[in-house]
Structures are given as C-alpha cells and as structure tokens.
Write a protein that binds this ligand. Structure first.
Ligand code: ATP
Length: 248
C-alpha cells in the first residue's frame, strides 16, 4: 500500500561540460506525501540529481545525457525551470542564498513570481509561511543579509513555499547551521509534510537527521544509487552507517 509515485527518475545520466559524467543511471521513485532523503558524500551527485529534476543543469554547463524524469506520470525531462515551478515542482537549491539587499518579506514575495498569484493569495501564503517560521515574521523588515544563517535558510525555504509547491526539492537544508537550528528546520519541514501532505525530496550529508525525519532514503555514491529503502531500515543497519553514513 505504498503512496503513488509523484516524481520518478528512470536511469538518469548527467554530465558537465559535455564530458564530466556526474550521474550514471540513477533510478528513484519519490512517493506522494513522503519525505525522501538523498544521502551521500560530498560530490556524490545529489545536487546534480536535484538540478536535473528542475532542468537547471544547462545553467551550469551541464545536461541530462540519458534517462527520463516523470512528474505526475508525465515526461518532464525537457520542461523549462519555469514550467516546473508552475507545475508545483519547486527547487530550493541555492542553500540559503537570499537577495541580501532585500528585506526578508521582499525575499519571500519573490517566490510567488511565476505562480500567477494575486495580491490576496500572496498575502495568504505569506501568513502561512510566517505561521511556520515565526522568526521570519519578527524579521520581516530586516535586510536578509543582516539576518542569521538559520533565518536565511528559513527565508530560502519560505520563498520556495511561496510558489505553493506540490513537490519540494531541497539541497542540504542543514548546511552550516548549528544543531538546534537544524532541528528546528527539520521539525518545520516535517510539520509541513504532515499537515499539508507536501512531498519533499531532500539532499543531506547529515544522514542522522535526514533519516530521523524521512520516510524513504537513497544513498548516492559516485553518481549511482547504491542503496534504497525505508529510512528506518537504513538507520537501523550498522554496516550502512559505518560505510556510507559517517558512522553516526
Ligand atoms: P555536494 O554535497 O558537494 O553538493 P553532491 O552530492 O551534491 O555534493 P554534486 O554537486 O552533484 O554532488 O557533484 C557531482 C559531481 O559533479 C562531482 O564530481 C562534481 O565535481 C561535479 N560537478 C558538480 N557541479 C559541476 C559543475 N558546475 N561543473 C563541472 N562539474 C561539476
């Protein structure tokens, strides 16, 4: 009785500069309403896979060189980044890169561009984001560049939420943040997933926290998916922890 697939990677290959292969045939099924974790070391190919799913590789002189990506049953491999967002497949890939000279609220509002929301809808989603991240509400008029790393990460996630995602693609939400802030962010993502059914595919090097919150996990190694299963199974296997997950 697994939930239905919403995002499917079918033997996806990708390369940079026409030569440097980064993905060697990754297959992965992301199911509706689940949190799926992409685990693996630095350089394994996690970011490349998320960029492939948003068609953002060409901007990095990269491309999908084989395989297919399907979203809600449709082949979206060649869809533009803008079309992906319009269809609810929303990436938050720049880590916590914000527009530093814009306020937090302006940063959030930019996330609604391209979704065709009217003013009232923007105000409504903004309130939802502030409800999830009360800290952002307190800092709504602060320049993003003057807020903490955690607040910037929350703003990046909030900006993604402004596009009203059905599937959220998150790259390393924990990067560079203190453990308490990481826990707060994962608690909020988990709450979003439980309360709204938001499907989340997230890349993480912090496998301990990712496995704690994910339903399903895949380990990527050298551009290949080498392990795949329920997060609780992966978390329970000491051999996996030692080999792939930093022994934590
Ligand atoms: P990280 O956690 O460091 O982001 P990752 O698992 O996300 O690691 P990728 O960033 O997807 O890994 O990198 C996969 C491979 O592709 C690596 O060998 C990397 O050097 C290479 N690569 C990534 N981006 C580029 C680029 N813009 N140009 C050339 N090679 C790249």
């Amino acid at each position: 009785n697994l939930p239905e697939p919403v995002l499917e990677f079918d033997h996806v290959y990708a390369a940079y500069n026409g030569a440097i292969a980064a993905l060697h045939g990754v297959s992965l099924t992301v199911r509706k309403g689940e949190i799926t974790a992409l685990l693996g070391a630095n350089g394994a190919g996690k970011t490349t896979l998320l960029k492939a799913a948003s068609n953002l590789l060409p901007a990095e002189r990269g491309q999908i060189t084989g395989g297919r990506i399907r979203y809600k049953g449709r082949d979206v491999t060649a869809d533009t980044p803008h079309a992906h967002i319009r269809n609810g497949l929303v990436p938050v890939l720049e880590g916590r890169r914000c527009f530093k000279s814009l306020s937090i609220e302006e940063n959030l509002t930019t996330g609604a561009i391209g979704r065709g929301l009217d003013r009232a809808q923007i105000a409504q989603v903004l309130e939802q984001v502030y409800d999830l991240f009360p800290k952002l509400k307190l800092r709504r008029n602060s320049l993003a560049g003057l807020t903490s790393g955690g607040e910037q990460q929350m703003a990046a996630i909030g900006r993604g939420l402004m596009a009203r995602p059905e599937v959220f693609l998150l790259d390393e939400p924990s990067m560079g943040l203190a453990p308490l802030v990481v826990a707060e962010i994962f608690e909020t993502l988990s709450r979003l997933n439980r309360e709204t059914g938001l499907t989340i595919l997230l890349a993480e090097q912090n496998s301990a926290i990712a496995l704690k919150y994910a339903h399903h996990a895949t380990v990527i190694e050298n551009g290949r998916s080498v392990l795949n299963g329920p997060a609780s199974d992966l978390a329970a296997r000491a051999d996996i922890r030692a080999l792939y997950l930093g022994g934590t």
